[in-house]
Design a protein around this ligand. Sequence first.
Ligand SMILES: [Zn+2]
Length: 91
Amino acid sequence: MGTTLLPGCAGKYVLGVDPACPGCQELLIAPHMLLHCPNHKAQRDHLEAALHSHQLVLNLSNMLDPKGAARGPVFSALAKYLLDCQITDKI
Ligand SMILES: [Zn+2]
């Protein structure tokens, strides 16, 4: 996964950017934001349900590179997740 503007990534390069997640103080990098942050569990449940409806488990590979017919619906669910989490300015 490449560099993002999430604080855990940008904070390595930009002085004054706190790399910690404001909600739980973990390093705010993409896997934390997409898979683990407890502050976005409710939003993630919808994303996970979309993956499960295509027999996919919640992981970065299935989320960022879904195959075949799952591609459109999973990307739609991922876009909704990012909007619901209000982090579109960080990616
Ligand atoms: Zn967090």
